[in-house]
Design a protein. Structure first.
Ligand code: G6P
Length: 613
């Protein structure tokens, strides 16, 4: 939530900051701002997107080779020009950008007001920069030391960068709970919330750890300390990311590009991990803990949003294939409800960004209680990836569209491999069925490719038919139930149509009351095991004049005849159907959003990386 970027070096800072903010815009787009120093401090900030800031600053003086920038997802204070970052200390000497929340800002603010500080915004961030200024002036300290002392008084989460007008040859940055990456170029430094603004300038990075503070100077000096004042030795890593991964590559929207990448990303997720010919599936991450996971009393899965839906599919997979009991928890509920976690439990966190605040906190809790914690993450080097005992990356590459697509299928692919590997170890599947599933996993990327070509026109047609709907219902049973939830979430997120996902049979206990001729009901009817039952559920909808759009396996005839519209997916093994059936639903939401003139990649009020609770 919120993106921050900074530059110190010989080049013009402004274009680097703007490009960086555009890369980070997925993290929030309520307002944007930059502060640049060129003998004078210039601060430009504007409600709206980075492009609005660019228009606003077009004829202004933007020269200078040190600067900080911010794109905001509002927490404290409405999204307007005044609350936009950067914020300055009262005397305009210090400037700050901040991602996170200062929880005790009320107390700090009162104490500072009593000392004569006057605030112009409603933000917690402005309080922090005043606090640093107060400490620096009253105790006559260097900036880095003042920042460090101020942070010892702060409760909450932050990634900050501070610039001092009186010392424009240095930047001070720190993090706790929100990510921050340092890019090390030739005689220059970059700072950003993730590596995407940095990769086109340098591949040498340092991921700052929690409660660390860094001082970067123009003469190339870099120092890292803990907030507790212990010097740390910097660990420089090489980025494994190419700039093309961050571009739209000929597609109109990132979401469309990411939907179409899924054949490749599923393949990438399986590469070197599954070989049907030789009959094995191996996840490097679990090798060391294979016995412990296979003998776990219980697997707890914690996640949020789309990742939670992938977790729900994992519950079906792990219980069905590996016969291990699973509970799937919303991280935000889990962390506060005093859950029972035992040492023989394994806790798996699923997160695209690896930075979701609630998921991180849930993991910390599980770690404290002695459970083995395992991360299934997309963003390399992210906080969850670094705090877990073990884990696996899904290798989907940067996902930029706010609505998650390829990360979801990557998570499901990884979880399916994990379930298969545990099933093999526990001997819970027949050899034949295990082999059949491995063979079919290898077929999935090709089937995704075919599906994307085959369903394109029917999905577009169905989108035009339902673009004006105000409500929609998504139904599924078994493995298709989490897909129904995900389909409904996709529609809500980007087209703003109210949609609910439901287990098909539960419909009778409430949602059926809503069904009439205006209510599209999407039924994911791809499971062979519950075929008759789902057919009866469709009859129940039809009897109430509901309009049924059925997702069926190709060649299916009975349900197809009952339904008003149908979308076919290639035949596959039942546990693998979510990897295919979700794809037309992603595409449908995309087309409906487009027809409703919604901002597909940056839907209102949402952010991709939710680093506040
Ligand atoms: C936000 C995003 C969703 C995502 C969820 C969890 O709500 O908009 O797409 O599913 O956060 O994020 P994570 O990075 O932990 O998967």
């Amino acid at each position: 939530m919120c993106g921050i970027v900074a530059y110190l070096g010989p080049r013009e800072a402004y274009p680097i900051l703007i490009k960086g903010l555009q890369r980070l815009e997925y993290r929030g787009y309520d307002s944007a701002g930059v502060a640049i120093y060129n003998g004078q401090l210039h601060v430009f900030k504007k409600k709206g997107k980075v492009q609005d800031l660019v228009e606003f600053a077009r004829s202004k003086e933007t020269g200078g080779n040190i600067g900080i920038g911010h794109t905001r997802w509002a927490t404290h204070g409405k999204p307007d020009d005044i609350n936009a970052h950067p914020h300055t200390s009262g005397n305009d000497r210090l400037t700050i950008v901040h991602n996170g929340i200062i929880e005790n800002y009320g107390l700090l603010k009162t104490a500072l007001e009593n000392k004569g500080h006057v605030f112009s915004s409603e933000t917690d961030t402005e309080v922090l920069v005043h606090l640093i200024d107060e400490i620096q002036r009253s105790e006559k300290l260097p900036l880095a030391e003042a920042v460090r002392l101020a942070l010892t008084e702060v409760v909450g989460a932050y990634a900050i960068v501070v610039m001092d007008r009186d010392n424009p040859d240095q930047l001070v940055a720190a993090r706790k709970g929100s990510p921050l990456v340092i890019g090390i170029g030739k005689n220059e430094f970059f700072l950003a919330s993730d590596a995407t603004p940095i990769v086109e300038h340098t591949k040498q990075v340092i991921y700052l750890n929690d409660e660390e503070i860094t001082l970067l100077t123009r003469d190339g000096h870099l120092q890292i300390k803990t907030i507790g004042n212990e010097i740390q030795s910097p660990f420089i890593e090489e980025l494994n990311m190419e700039i093309e991964m961050l571009e739209k590559g000929g597609y109109d929207y990132f979401m469309l590009k990411e939907i179409h990448e899924q054949s490749r990303t599923i393949q990438d997720c399986m590469r070197g991990r599954l070989n049907a010919g030789e009959g094995w599936v191996r996840l490097g991450g679990i090798e060391q803990y294979h016995n412990r996971i296979a003998q776990a009393d219980r697997i707890l899965i914690v996640a949020c949003g789309t990742s939670w839906h992938a977790g729900l599919i994992a519950e079906y997979l792990f219980e069905d294939l590996a016969r291990i009991p699973v509970e799937v928890e919303y991280a935000s509920e889990f962390r506060y409800r005093n859950p029972i976690i035992r040492e023989n439990d394994v806790v798996i966190a699923i997160s695209q960004s690896g930075e979701t605040a609630d998921t991180l906190a849930a993991l910390e809790l599980a770690k404290e209680k002695g459970a083995l914690i395992y991360g299934i993450v997309n963003v390399v080097g992210s906080s969850i990836a670094r705090m877990t005992d073990a884990g696996s990356y899904i290798h989907a590459g940067p996902e930029i569209g706010v609505a998650s697509t390829k990360a979801f299928t990557g998570q499901v692919t990884l979880l399916t491999m994990m379930a298969l590997s545990l099933a093999y170890k526990r001997g819970t599947l027949s050899k034949t069925y295990y082999q059949q599933l491995l063979n079919e996993m290898e077929n999935i990327p090709r089937k995704v490719e075919t599906l994307l070509q085959q369903c394109a026109s029917s999905v577009e047609y169905i989108a035009t038919e339902f673009k004006n709907a105000t409500n929609a219902l998504y139904l599924g049973r078994g493995y298709s139930f989490p897909v129904a939830l995900e389909g409904a979430l996709k529609l809500k997120e980007i087209s703003y149509i109210h949609a609910e996902g439901y287990p098909a049979a539960e419909m009778k206990h409430g949602p059926i009351a809503l069904i009439d001729e205006n209510m599209p009901v999407f039924v994911i009817a791809t499971n062979k095991s519950a075929y008759e039952k789902i057919a009866s559920n469709i009859q129940e909808v039809k009897a109430r004049k509901g309009v049924v759009i059925a997702v069926v396996t190709e060649g299916e005839e009975v349900i197809s005849k009952m339904a008003d519209y149908r979308i076919e997916i290639p035949e596959t093994e039942e546990p693998l159907t979510p990897l295919l059936s979700v794809i037309p639903l992603q595409l449908l939401s995309y087309h409906i959003a487009l027809l409703r003139n919604c901002d597909v990649d940056q839907p209102r009020n949402l952010a991709k990386s939710v680093t506040v609770e």
